[in-house]
Design a protein around this ligand. Structure first.
Ligand code: NDG
Length: 304
């Protein structure tokens, strides 16, 4: 455990193999880095506003690419946002995988996006999961970027210890884990995330590749008003879409203050009013068509 406390610099930084051990150790007690914000409570404005974008993104080598996706602004997230288990309550217990469209029906979601990472081999839900006040999964303090809503409406972004997850004074009512804290207080926090996080939660190659490759992506964040911001961009790993630097910059330009990256690639799914409203990258059985993937947890926006 002492290894956790060792300061290190770039010049004598740990090798990759050491990093695995350190990053994926649990943090049981104490305060870990996080940011909090009061959720907006506009009770007379519509629950959400969905915005579409088609944007020209320039990469470091000056190459232009067109990407498309949605930014959904959610008012009153304490009452209108839920983390859902795949297929409904109990889905994580038997490592179920389900289409977002079907999971969304179980809670009458107006908007739904895929959420947490899962083990593609056995379907196991990964990270911490609290769904409508029920503790579904405790990752025992494994360090990955978290998004949660506490009972009093506080939005929480960042890293949590096991104690934080089990807190009963102002408990989390919704909680989900991503990989990479994209924006912290309006600043890009990717390099810090690469140092701090467990990269075994994601399976798109080594951590640096996962960050740098263009792909379909999803993210969740908040703005200064306390609105929750859901983001998705379509893509296909190494072919189309955005890398995490581009997602962070894009969200920053939309005045998002804190944001974490959720599951992407073939998992990236956007459901609007019960129907698929994006272009997922997985091929169907008949490879000329594209099909949405059966995934793990879902972020759901519903009536209050
Ligand atoms: C997606 C993810 C992959 C993850 C898998 C299951 C991206 C680019 O879903 O990392 O392991 O959660 O987010 N890919 O394929």
């Amino acid at each position: 455990d002492d290894d956790l406390l060792l300061p290190y610099t770039k010049s004598h930084g740990p090798s990759h193999s050491h990093r695995h051990v350190r990053d994926c150790q649990s943090v049981a007690h104490g305060n870990v880095t996080q940011e909090t914000w009061a959720a907006s409570k506009h009770s007379n404005s519509p629950v959400f506003k969905s915005n579409m974008f088609i944007s020209d993104i320039t990469d470091d080598s000056g190459v232009h690419r067109w990407v498309s996706g949605h930014i959904t602004e959610v008012h009153d997230p304490l009452r209108s946002v839920s983390v859902l288990e795949p297929g409904g309550p109990g889905g994580c217990e038997w490592s179920h995988r389900e289409l977002v469209e079907l999971t969304a029906k179980t809670r009458k979601c107006l908007i739904a996006q895929n959420g947490g990472f899962f083990d593609p081999d056995n379907g196991q839900c990964l990270g911490n999961i609290i769904s409508d006040g029920k503790l579904v999964r405790n990752s025992r303090g494994i360090q990955n970027a978290q998004f949660g809503i506490r009972k009093d409406g506080t939005l929480v972004f960042g890293y949590l210890s096991e104690d934080d997850i089990l807190d009963q004074v102002n408990p989390f009512v919704q909680l989900i884990s991503g990989v990479v804290w994209l924006l912290r207080n309006g600043e890009i926090y990717i390099n810090e995330s690469i140092q701090a996080e467990c990269d075994e939660t994601q399976k798109t190659g080594k951590f640096q590749y996962f960050v740098d490759v263009i792909s379909a992506r999803t993210a969740v964040g908040h703005d200064a008003e306390g609105k929750l911001i859901l983001f998705h961009v379509d893509g296909q790993t190494d072919v189309r879409g955005m890398n995490l630097w581009q997602v962070a910059k894009f969200l920053k330009e939309q005045n998002v203050l804190n944001a974490i990256n959720l599951d992407g690639g073939g998992s990236a799914t956007y459901i609007l009013n019960g129907s698929l409203a994006n272009y997922p990258s997985d091929h169907c059985k008949l490879p000329k068509w594209r099909c949405p993937r059966a995934v793990s947890t879902v972020l759901c926006v519903h009536e209050r």
